[in-house]
Design a binder for this molecule. Structure first.
Ligand code: KG4
Ligand code: ZN
Length: 335
């Protein structure tokens, strides 16, 4: 089955072609340079740029897979959560294609895509067995789930305020690093001492699987108010490394606790922050130490992209009753 997936929930416009769990192509048009000027995503600009980019990105995905649109057997699109104006572009485009080519079309949850990316047939990483612990760390979410099967999830814990990626981006902004600063903090931290500054590990001592990152962001602000902005590259690297280590420590503590408490020795890490090299390294080390298998998709499939929807797309398209199906029902949902 050839599936075209579309993702436009935030500031990436993406289309992918998936065949029997394999990613044949994955085209992504990022709007980062457009929003960087404003220090964050401007929803109105995001929608307009999705409209501009969606068809070129689909053309690129189709050409990259070496097929024609007529060959697509089914469509799948992110319906939420995300920015409604952005989601609408993907949803209406997918509906239009489904009508034009008389094919089924399913709406998907963005988080479900992140959680199940590693179920694709990828060269770089094996797929886990069910059930597994799935942690999503992105710009909008920091959630821990049990993934029992495709479509069956139990939420175990989540952030009570900022998401981990949001904390990275806000701290970066404080330090004058352009949006989105997560990847740049990762880069700068590589040359710093993670023990240089003692930042708090929020909620580490709470006996649950929830997170809180807004206090950590405030702690960084208070540190710069008390000591001034980093005077040189070495001081900046130390600050980035110390902040990053605080985030990594709580993420690791909670996800390893989830695996232990629920007796599930398999962890899947996903979402944009799953690109973070320190987090990837330490989670793998913790997994080896504690006998927990760790699965992390390649970085290009951790940040928002359409290929990440491939496994759930196939699952839900397989359930469609073609006699009673109408893509008319698909709607964008902000949350
Ligand atoms: O999953 P994603 O692309 O979009 C959402 O669904 O939110 O995640 C984007 C987030 C941003 O906050 C970005 O700063 C963060 O992922 N991010 C990183 C790294 N690469 C991206 N955070 C830390 N280290 C990285 N290497
Ligand atoms: Zn995402």
């Amino acid at each position: 089955m050839l599936i075209l997936t579309l993702e436009s929930s935030c500031d990436e416009t993406s289309a992918a072609v998936i065949k029997d769990g394999r990613v044949l192509s994955n085209a992504v048009a990022s709007q980062i340079p457009i929003h960087a000027r404003y220090g964050g995503v401007v929803p109105e600009l995001a929608s307009r740029n999705h409209i501009r980019d969606i068809h070129p990105v689909i053309d690129q995905a189709i050409a990259g897979a070496g097929i024609t649109l007529e060959q697509i057997d089914g469509y799948a699109v992110t319906c939420g959560p995300g920015l409604v104006g952005s989601l609408l572009v993907g949803v209406e485009t997918a509906k239009g294609l489904a009508f034009a080519y008389d094919r089924p079309c399913v709406g998907l949850n963005h988080l479900e895509g992140h959680l199940t990316t590693v179920l694709l047939d990828l060269d770089e990483v094996d797929s886990p067995e069910f059930p597994y612990i799935g942690m999503i760390v992105s710009g909008g979410h920091t959630d821990i789930y049990i993934v029992h099967a495709l479509g069956q999830y139990t939420l175990l814990g989540r952030t009570r305020d900022d998401a981990a990626g949001e904390a990275f981006d806000k701290v970066a902004k404080m330090l004058g690093i352009p949006y989105p600063g997560g990847a740049e903090i990762d880069r700068l931290a590589a040359n710093g001492n993670p023990k240089a500054i003692k930042f708090p590990r929020p909620m580490a001592h709470h006996d649950n699987l929830d997170f809180s990152f807004s206090g950590l962001k405030t702690a960084v602000m208070q540190y710069t108010e008390a000591h001034g902005m980093p005077a040189d590259d070495a001081a900046l690297a130390d600050l980035c490394a110390s902040f990053q280590q605080a985030v990594v420590d709580v993420l690791l503590l909670k996800v390893m606790r989830a695996a232990k408490t629920h007796g599930i020795p398999r962890i899947v890490l996903s979402g944009g922050v799953a690109c973070n090299r320190q987090l990837r390294k330490e989670l793998r080390e913790a997994g080896e130490r504690d006998g927990v298998e760790v699965f992390i998709a390649p970085a290009s499939l951790c940040t928002d992209n359409a290929a990440m929807l491939g496994a759930v797309a196939a699952h839900y398209l397989g359930q469609v009753d073609l006699d009673h199906f109408s893509a008319h029902d698909l709607k964008a949902r902000g949350n």
